[in-house]
Design a protein around this ligand. Structure first.
Ligand code: ATP
Ligand code: MG
Length: 418
């Protein structure tokens, strides 16, 4: 029996892990620049948490969740996204304080039972932020700016930012009714999902990617016309702030996003380098979610970036940073006595904080030099019978191929300079 990874999942192999680490470092650093603090929540939560927050008629809840009963019959779900868990944790631990803005970020795997294809996996990674406690449109601008700066720091060009407002609980019902009216006459010609959506969640029709539905969606009423005065003013201020911050964006009145909890500002960062799944980042305001999940009424806004899609853009732009990380010292030995000495020395070297390794297979010197190359060792120390007799080992600079003789004491002293 040969085991393989599960459909829609991928192993990140050592060669690639270095690139992940470097991207994760940039992500964390950028979030911290904006004063967001990391939060880590469990991989699974109660199914109810996601059903209530994301919405039972959304694609995620209706068909994409990994849901299972545990041994006591509780219904659990592998997190398909991280906003609901973060809100749950913030309420549970009283992190949301009055008159204070709470800024959190996360990074980790999410799970959705989808048809695997380019840009769509069943286990994928997201990095995102959530900011609680303010309705200030400038906070919306900050969050969008943060996404933009992150992509900028990663050296990515050609990304487009789409912005919209989906209104609030006051003005959205009216818009939904308008949409329902509009789509009613043509729904027979639209896709099966949209037929369903007309009944359960007409707003989601605007997000449909099916070709047959596009011509009807194009002429649909725009969210903008239905905004109440408060939502309209909020959106105007967001636009004003975006312009002032010099952010290039496009207003896309069809942008509704796939989760029910969004209110007012929604946005997406899309890449022309990606195929059909071209959104690399999605986010928006969710001013009612904290209260809906049992907290005090608290406005909030956040976004999530799909890291696999981010990787894909980096790859397509040939901007893959080559992982150069190697060790500083490789010790090659000849004979059992040399290996014993080598092991002692290796331990001392590592204790001094220098990355080092040796051979454990008793291989030929040639094979060990090859292993040193593979480990991208900066130097190789050679210990053979003669060297032990003289108390002087050979230190080879792997870049210049020059060699010097050195005693173990000298080597330890020299370590910081290696
Ligand atoms: P899409 O319509 O592209 O599937 P979505 O609306 O389902 O996106 P969100 O729930 O907003 O996506 O998630 C934010 C980001 O996470 C997406 O923009 C995307 O980059 C990434 N993402 C979502 N689902 C997947 C997946 N199955 N595999 C890989 N990345 C994903
Ligand atoms: Mg999706």
């Amino acid at each position: 029996m040969k085991y393989t990874s599960q459909r829609g999942t991928r192993d990140i192999l050592p060669d690639e892990a270095g690139i992940w680490q470097s991207i994760e470092k940039t992500v964390r650093r950028t979030f911290e620049l904006f004063n967001y603090k990391e939060i880590r929540t469990p991989i699974f939560e109660s199914t109810e948490l996601f059903a209530r927050s994301i919405g039972s008629s959304t694609d995620i809840v209706s068909k994409e969740m990994y849901t299972f009963p545990d041994r006591k019959g509780r219904s659990l779900t592998l997190r398909p996204e991280e906003t609901a868990p973060v809100v749950r944790a913030a309420i549970e631990h009283n992190l949301i304080l009055k008159d204070n803005i709470l800024k959190l970020f996360y990074l980790g795997p999410m799970f959705r039972y989808e048809r695997p294809q380019a840009g769509r996996q069943r286990q994928f990674h997201q990095a995102g932020v959530e900011a609680f406690g303010s309705v200030d449109p400038l906070l919306d601008v900050e969050v969008i700016l943060l996404a933009e700066q992150l992509f900028d720091r990663l050296g990515l060009k050609g990304l487009e930012i789409d912005v919209n407002s989906v209104g609030c609980q006051k003005c959205r019902p009216e818009f939904t009714t308008k949409l329902k009216e509009y789509f009613k006459s043509n729904i027979g010609k639209m896709c099966e999902d949209c037929k369903q959506r007309l009944e359960t969640n007409p707003l989601r029709i605007l997000d449909c990617k099916e070709a047959v539905c596009q011509k009807y969606i194009e002429k649909a009423p725009s969210t903008r016309e239905s905004l109440c005065p408060e939502c309209r003013i909020h959106f105007e201020k967001v636009e004003e702030g975006l312009k002032q911050a010099g952010i290039k964006y496009r207003v896309n009145n069809r942008l509704v996003r796939g989760l029910d909890y969004y209110t007012r500002t929604t946005f997406e960062v899309v890449s022309r380098q990606l195929g059909a799944q071209n959104a690399v980042c999605g986010g928006g305001r969710y001013d009612t979610l904290v209260e809906a999940l049992g907290g005090s009424s608290t406005p909030a806004i956040g976004f999530a970036i799909g890291l696999e899609r981010l990787m894909e853009i980096i790859r397509s732009e040939n901007r893959y940073p080559i992982s150069e990380k190697g060790i500083t010292l490789y010790i090659a030995t000849l004979g059992d006595e040399a290996r014993k000495i080598s092991f002692d020395l290796l331990t001392k070297v590592r204790k001094a904080g220098v990355a080092a390794d040796m051979d454990y297979a008793g291989r030929s010197l040639k094979a060990q030099m090859k292993a040193a190359d593979r480990a991208r060792a900066r130097h190789t120390l050679i210990i053979g019978e003669n060297e032990i007799k003289n108390g002087l080992y050979v230190l080879k600079d792997m870049k210049t191929a020059s060699q010097i003789e050195i005693s173990p004491e000298e080597l330890i002293n020299k370590l910081p300079a290696l």
